[in-house]
Unconditional design. Structure first.
Lengths: 496, 310
């Protein structure tokens, strides 16, 4: 049976912000719809309205011509609307099966049979009796999907589903979504990743600042046209100028090893590379192949042998991050809110955390607040952080603004080397462009970058040399112009 | 020296009897904490139960009214805590401490007229079977109904949490109230119910003390048992069966150290008095060392207020 979902003149106003401004949209089953927009464009609000989490100020929702009153998530469930949130709604300490039975009225045995059938049909394999906290992000998402499928939904909404997935898991997800769509489930896919829209969807609706900007078929669009609609202006295409080949070596890693006691970490084996001044070394790989360990070894969170890292003719392998900073290294870790900044602290306090001896942030153990604030204001204006309130807690900054703040904090001391790990993870196009421009600028100033990233496009765009990490081992270092994304893909899979 | 085997049985029975109020209050608090609520008012709720039970027994003469009245009193006083922490979103720790202070104060006030009044005899079950089996006879038979209930309670609690739908919902709420709310579970209702249940069990524990264990009213007669009950919940890592073990060790050492003092063992009295506390904690820590199991049974949202935005 055909499913028709209609959103009619939906408006939701928050103090100081119109999250949804008179949005009307219509969806029909058999197609996969993308809802595209930057962070804060209002797409999450719209889907939360569809799933009953938020009640709109105005507007109606119709499913197959029936006017739905969605006052709670339960109402959405009853009306066959399933939703997989970006942040999973799972109970970590309960088993997978307990997570699934909790909102089901069925008997244990019949539910178990039903789940088994679903898993067989879509080729999922998850142990139902282990606690959810032992699952990978991709498996957790499958549990959420199964939870929706149990109720045989007419509509399935996926909110930024790939932000926590590896590439392998992403392609598995796309296969499943296509299958669901063929079976008549109406799929609404929320994302800000243009490539995914092109790969997966049939139709795309673009939102910007709470308004619906356009609805079109994918075949009439390309990545550039969608990006421009999303951002609302013509994006500059960033191209890196070929760096002048310098032979002035800045950092050299020799026979670096790391053996972890934690079975969930990857051991690093015999890492050797060097980076010259003005160069960007990209390190590609599927996440979980030792990137985070490599970053920690380079940043000094994990101490290694003194001689294994030579920086500017000093052996620094046994120094702490703080001491390495004094040698003009700078770091931008992967997890912005967990590792790079403290969410509950104000912007200027977070800036002060990057405490250089030369920065004079502290006098005889007392905080020199004026100095820090002055410094923070400079970062905010130099790096285009979209706020003028340095007293704001950093958890309220969007991902893009926080990343700009962190990179700004690291760069304002003009370090010789910046090591960053997935710097544009989860950011929207505008912010990604800004970060990329900044990184290119660093290289132009004859400073160096080590860019550890899982985004191959980003690496090909920014790197001068590229290596691939697989199971804790680095491939040989290649010149970026010799490398294609196919070649990287093969190396990332572990082939030689 | 010949030790009468029935005498050992009697000692074991007296150890079990002293464990009863701990088991009752701990199992109640365990349910409360499993839903994510930390109620430090156990001592206060227990003493309210103790005075309510004793007063009702003296005034009405009915043991049934007294026992259920004590549980109701526990429910009432815990409903203050529930209203404050769930509806007015106050801090669990501060509110719980206040509840204890309040309970001790008000029980002393009500209790003034009941000091020195002798209690009533509480009926025991299977009295006649006591002498039929050596050793086991005094252990198994001749106890009050509350005693039997207390020793069944850890198993009932365990079954409830593991096997029933409502138990699953309680655990889910304690794990992630946000997710539970998004699944359409009424988090506040569940937490209210768990707090009131904890209150009822603490009230019953208090009534056991003032009506059965030492049938009289003495000011402050709970003597810190509420705090021990709280500690048992944590050190048992929210496992009802381990609560039973912990309560038995604590009760056992308390009784044995009395006997040791009586025979005049040359160990400082202070050390003997402290012994049950130290040993109970050490044993529970040692039997609950599996960090994976701790992670799985600790309610992640314990003590954190939940309020639904938007």
């Amino acid at each position: 049976m055909n499913t028709n979902l209609k959103i009619s003149n939906v408006t939701k106003i928050y103090p100081g912000c119109v999250a949804n401004d008179n949005v009307s949209l219509e969806f029909n089953s058999g197609k996969i719809y993308a809802l595209l927009g930057e962070n804060g464009a209002g797409k999450s609000t719209l889907v939360k309205i569809l799933s009953g989490v938020i009640i709109p100020d105005e507007g109606e929702i119709y499913l197959n011509k029936n006017n739905l009153k969605l006052n709670s998530p339960l109402d959405a469930k009853k009306n066959d609307i399933g939703m997989v949130f970006q942040h999973f709604n799972l109970f970590e300490t309960l088993s997978v099966f307990e997570n699934l039975i909790i909102d089901s009225d069925e008997q244990r045995e019949s539910l178990r049979e039903k789940i088994d059938t679903i898993m067989k049909k879509y080729n999922f394999s998850i142990d139902l009796d282990i606690p959810v906290l032992n699952l990978s992000a991709g498996q957790k998402q499958k549990v959420e999907i199964i939870r929706c499928l149990i109720r045989s939904p007419k509509v399935l909404i996926m909110d930024e589903p790939t932000s926590v997935l590896t590439e392998q898991e992403t392609s598995e997800l796309f296969l499943s979504l296509k299958k669901f769509s063929e079976e008549g489930i109406l799929i609404i896919y929320i994302t800000h990743k243009l490539k995914e829209v092109m790969q997966l969807c049939d139709e795309v609706a673009v939102m910007r600042r709470g308004k619906l900007v356009s609805v079109s078929e994918i075949k009439n669009e390309n990545i550039e046209s969608l990006a421009n609609k999303m951002v609302g202006q013509n994006l500059k295409t960033i191209k890196k100028k070929k760096a002048k080949t310098s032979s002035d070596q800045l950092i050299k890693i020799t026979n670096l090893n790391f053996t972890s006691e934690d079975p969930f970490e990857t051991n690093l084996m015999d890492i050797n590379f060097s980076v010259n001044r003005g160069e960007c070394l990209g390190i590609a790989g599927i996440s979980g192949n030792g990137q985070s360990e490599l970053f920690q070894v380079l940043s000094g969170e994990i101490i290694s042998e003194k001689n294994s890292i030579e920086f500017n003719n000093n052996y620094i392998g046994d120094l702490s991050p703080q001491e390495r900073r004094e040698f003009l290294m700078a770091f931008s870790p992967e997890d912005r809110l967990e590792q790079a900044a403290i969410p509950q602290m104000k912007i200027f306090e977070n800036v002060a955390l990057n405490n250089f001896k030369s920065s004079n942030f502290f006098n005889n153990g007392l905080i020199n607040e004026n100095k820090i604030k002055e410094h923070s204001k400079k970062i905010i204006s130099d790096f285009n952080v979209n706020t003028n309130n340095i007293e704001l807690k950093s958890q309220f900054l969007s991902g893009g603004n926080l990343q700009k703040l962190i990179i700004g904090r690291e760069l304002i001391t003009s370090p010789d080397l910046l090591i960053c790990f997935n710097p544009t993870w989860g950011l929207d196009v505008g912010a990604i462009n800004y970060i990329h421009e900044t990184l290119i600028k660093i290289n132009e100033q004859n400073k160096s970058i080590i860019l550890i990233s899982t985004d191959t496009d980003e690496l090909l765009k920014l790197s001068d040399k590229i290596s691939v990490i697989h199971k804790g081992k680095l491939s040989k270092i290649m010149n970026a112009e010799e490398v294609t994304s196919e070649k990287l893909g093969i190396l990332m899979g572990g082939a030689n | 020296m010949i030790i009468d085997i029935n005498f050992i049985g009697l000692i074991i029975a007296s150890i079990m009897a002293s464990a009863v109020p701990l088991i009752l209050a701990s199992c109640g608090e365990l349910i409360t904490e499993r839903s994510g609520v930390l109620n430090l008012g156990v001592e206060g709720m227990m003493i309210i139960g103790a005075i309510s039970g004793f007063a009702l027994m003296t005034v009405t003469g009915s043991l049934i009214i007294a026992v259920f009245g004590a549980m109701l009193a526990g429910v009432l006083i815990s409903s203050i805590f529930a209203f404050l922490t769930q509806t007015l979103i106050t801090n669990h720790v501060a509110t719980g401490l206040a509840l204890t202070i309040f309970g001790i104060g008000i029980s002393a006030m009500i209790g003034k007229n009941f000091v020195g009044i002798p209690g009533k005899e509480f009926p025991v079950l299977f009295e006649g079977l006591k002498d039929t089996i050596p050793l086991l006879g005094p252990i198994l038979f001749g106890h009050s109904i509350v005693f039997y209930f207390a020793f069944a309670l850890p198993f009932i609690t365990s079954y409830f949490l593991k096997k029933t739908k409502i138990g699953l919902i309680v655990r889910a709420v304690g794990d992630s109230p946000e997710s539970a709310s998004n699944q359409g579970i009424n988090v506040k209702l569940v937490r209210y119910a768990c707090i009131l249940y904890g209150g009822a069990m603490s009230g019953l524990a208090g009534a056991y003390l003032s009506m059965i264990y030492t049938p009289q009213w003495i000011e402050n007669m709970t003597g810190g048992r509420g705090w021990i009950a709280l500690a048992l919940v944590v050190f048992s890592t929210w496992n009802p069966i381990k609560i039973l073990i912990g309560a038995m060790i604590f009760g056992g050492l308390t009784i044995i150290q009395f006997h040791m003092q009586a025979i005049g063992v040359r160990i400082p009295v202070q050390f003997l008095t402290a012994l049950p506390y130290i040993v109970t904690i050490i044993v529970l820590v040692v039997i609950s060392r599996d960090s994976r199991k701790i992670r799985l049974s600790t309610p992640s949202s314990l003590g954190k207020s939940f309020h639904k935005d938007n």
